[in-house]
Design a protein. Structure first.
Length: 343
């Protein structure tokens, strides 16, 4: 089940008796559990029908005792187990064929009027367990997996679309590069940004700069653009800005972004079908950016691109103290690197 389909079911009040939200990315675990906690019961119903516990402070028997109660003056009761990764789950029958697992017995025949929710964060639940299979059979399991870096910009586009906004590809790419793949952090920054602009607005790089604090003129994408055009003046302006603002533009992030970029340029040289549509697919980028890669590929032949990737690895090692000369600053290393790339 997709996140959108699950949220649609919850909003339609199509509830299941048990939910397991698990995975390394906590964003969706929090999103769905918070929605259920806020919307399953009315404020008047919560006093008698809502139980919220934490895995480290509760045992399975206490959870089951709560789950087996019937609601008072309500169609449902909620038993919400937060931080369920800290719960002592007990023996699963896969571990010990003779063991009696009271939790498994409940999950195989849950009380229909109880909504039992497990929030298992920062890790995957063991899918081999019978408890997992029972929840999957009689309820809903949703894995909140870590999103790959190259998927973050697309996630940003989907997120703002659901909120009735749009976002320019460059603005989405800026957010993805500078905020990483922490979806909770990205969602929080976007929510704050959207408070300051009318609904339906297209979010631009200017909006990102004004509300999230990422410079639209001096960022890694503008550095890539300057390198693609072989513009040493602009490239060094940006490097000077990075040197003056190292916390916003750490050298490791810059080197990582450039390595990804030049690797895609190298791929451009070896893709047989060089149509814009196919290049966008092969490179895993929005078609909006294809022309930038085509320009860079014209200015850096395959041999030079291999050299640049080698330089990037060399300077990555230097930032870690390998073959470094004296106390060379990160800014000086970037200037040396840009000089080598452009010559």
């Amino acid at each position: 089940m997709t996140a959108a389909a699950l949220m649609a079911d919850l909003k339609s009040r199509k509830f299941k008796p048990v939910y397991l939200f698990h995975g390394e990315e906590p964003y969706y675990v929090d999103l769905f559990s918070n929605y259920i906690e806020s919307n399953l019961l009315s404020e008047a119903e919560r006093g008698f029908n809502q139980t919220v516990v934490y895995g480290r402070d509760v045992d399975v028997i206490s959870i089951l005792n709560a789950a087996k109660r019937f609601p008072m003056m309500s169609d449902y009761q909620l038993v919400l187990v937060k931080e369920a990764q800290d719960l002592k789950w007990g023996k699963d029958s896969d571990d010990d064929k003779k063991a009696v697992d009271p939790l498994l017995a409940y999950l195989e025949k849950p009380v229909p009027s109880t909504i039992l929710v497990f929030c298992y964060k920062h890790a995957k639940f063991d899918k081999r367990k019978k408890t997992y299979k029972a929840i999957e059979k009689n309820g809903v399991v949703f894995e909140s997996a870590t999103i790959y870096d190259n998927k973050v910009a697309g996630w940003v586009e989907d997120f703002v679309r659901e909120k009735a906004y749009r976002v320019q590809p460059r603005a989405a790419a800026l957010i993805a590069e500078y905020l990483g793949n922490d979806l909770s952090k990205i969602a929080n920054e976007l929510e704050k940004l959207m408070l300051n602009i009318p609904k339906g607005t297209e979010i631009t790089a200017e909006h990102v700069q004004d509300n999230i604090g990422i410079s639209k003129e001096y960022n890694v994408f503008e550095l890539q653009d300057a390198l693609a055009k072989r513009d040493p003046f602009k490239a060094n302006q940006i490097i000077d800005y990075f040197s003056a603002n190292p916390k916003s533009n750490p050298i490791q992030m810059v080197l990582g972004a450039l390595n990804t970029w030049f690797t895609k340029i190298l791929k451009c040289h070896y893709v047989s079908d060089k149509s814009a549509q196919n290049l966008a697919k092969e490179l895993g980028v929005n078609p909006f950016f294809v022309k930038d890669y085509e320009l860079a590929a014209r200015n850096y032949n395959a041999g030079k691109t291999f050299d640049v990737i080698s330089y990037l690895r060399e300077y990555d090692l230097k930032t870690k103290g390998v073959d470094a000369t004296g106390n060379t600053s990160d800014g000086e290393l970037l200037k040396e690197l840009v000089f080598k790339i452009l010559h």
